[in-house]
Design a binder for this molecule. Structure first.
Ligand SMILES: [Zn+2]
Length: 100
């Protein structure tokens, strides 16, 4: 973990301000969402990215017409959609088979 040397105070409501320099590095805009996690007795703040609507990957996604896609599915959208369709169909078939 890279220490930034930046020290901030927590206000009485538990809020902190993320330094502008860090926002710029992480690509955080005014409306960005973040994920907070506890790691090694500290709080880690990561930029939240929507998972790919086709494969579920949460890294390297981007928005197109309100849906998020990863770079892999962007390159092969038809193949990814077919994989998802086959996977969903297999899951439903397996559930139906359990019921019978
Ligand atoms: Zn994907």
């Amino acid at each position: 973990m890279q220490h930034t040397g930046m020290v901030r105070s927590v206000d009485r409501l538990g809020r902190i301000t993320i330094p502008k320099e860090l926002c710029r590095v992480l690509g955080l805009l005014g409306s960005s969402r973040v994920v907070l996690s506890l790691e090694n007795n500290g709080i880690v703040i990561r930029r939240y990215t929507e998972p790919c609507c086709l494969c579920g990957r949460a890294d390297d996604t981007f928005e197109v017409d309100g849906k998020f896609y990863c770079s892999h599915c962007r390159k092969n959208p038809q193949a990814a959609a077919m994989e998802k369709f086959v996977g969903d169909f297999s899951d439903k078939y397996a559930e139906k088979k359990k019921e019978d």
